[in-house]
Design a protein around this ligand. Sequence first.
Ligand code: XMP
Length: 516
Amino acid sequence: PVLVVDYGAQYAQLIARRVREANVYSEIVPHTMAVADMLAKEPAAIILSGGPASVYAEDAPATDPALFDAGVPVLGICYGFQSMARALGGTVANTGAREYGSTVVRVAGTGELLAGSPVQQTVWMSHGDAVHAAPAGFDVLATSDGSPVAAFEDRERHLYGMQWHPEVKHSVLGQEALERFLYDGAGLEPTWTPGNVIAEQVQAIRAQVGDARVICGLSGGVDSSVAAALVQEAVGDQLTCVFVDHGLLRAGEAEQVEQDFVAATGIRLVVVDAAQRFLDALAGVTDPETKRKIIGREFIRVFEQAARDVVAEAGAHGEEVRFLVQGTLYPDVVESGGGEGAANIKSHHNVGGLPEDMRFELVEPLRTLFKDEVRAVGLELGVPEAIVWRQPFPGPGLGIRIIGEVTGERLEILRAADAIAREELSAAGLDREIWQCPVVLLADVRSVGVQGDGRTYGHPVVLRPVSSEDAMTADWSRVPYDVLARISTRITNSVPEVNRVVLDVTSKPPGTIEWE
Ligand code: XMP
């Protein structure tokens, strides 16, 4: 792999993703990892990320010079660049000339790293210290007003560095520079493609599972679907999927799983229609957190029973169900500590609630993948586009989009309104632009309307289209007025219980994406 050494900024994941976009496999490791342990991973190249510290700060993470003697090509970025300069005998100083944001660098010599670069280019900087003298053996490739040495390389030893952030899109030729490092500096081939990922994972799954049986809970979302499709590709009918239909999905979603997904993948699927059970459990409940708890609890109970049935059925054939598929993604692995066992703790927690005697070993075929890679793999495996591109949808589903008690009738109303909103947003080509668009039924609010000759007392629905990168922050989407108008007209015309459509124009923070 290409190792991305994380010096504690938020950039390491982004760097790793950009390397993958160049079709080269990358992994993130903490800067506290010993050089010997890094080398034990047999890295094809190493990238040192940016970080918040000054290299001269007392507790600044240092870079062990041994890293540069191993014959592995290294690229230092921002803090990593300075740390590298310092470790190899260059000078780094704080001149007070800070550079933040878009900055012009002048290319002094293109070398290998900047081959093909124009003499001036706009890059993204974020630093206070600067490299003043390159270590012996290095050529200076670029300078800027605040950075006497803005990029350097030692072609002999395959060591490269740049003060700016090539992983940030504002660095106009950033991806090109990364690719020059990967392909020319490190001599790597762009072989990390969906097809190869599938081939590798299929082998790994077969090796792990042998001829034991495997179970997988499908939610209708992209992660569990692609994970299941991969395992199906690897071990076929040893896999049984369980889909708990809690009756809180949107119009057409259960059919997408039960029909389209099964038709596309040939997966063996057990469907549990538990809609009435969930409605009974939710009767009279209005508090959002209580709803979440009830839905989570019932879900585990229903899944557990279905799992027991699958285990019993396998047992009747003398087979053992030993494995459970989890759709853990790479960011989960990194965020829970990055270590081999770290994500296991989290995913055990996810299945948490399964009783002691139902412990399965985990199969996590997406553990190395970012979300966009999961989608690419899904498409390659023939998973229906509606699932691969499904926007995030909360586990408790429409249960937390009905403000007030959840009833069958209210679910019908919300489903009808939501289907119209989704249809119009799709028709307007806004699916990829909008992160998600909850449609919320204010079931306990009555608003006055006039329809035909009479006054009506209906309910408002709220449209909550947002744009976001990761759901941690969000902004309300500027959906064109004519699209909003069509949604409003169609909903009020065809859903008689709704006589008002309102738009939520709150960012997050302070408003969350969901209403409960
Ligand atoms: P909020 O409303 O907190 O939502 O801004 C952030 C993201 O999380 C989703 N969400 C949930 N997902 N169970 C889930 O699986 C939940 O209880 C839940 N609540 C919110 C929400 O749709 C958004 O993508």
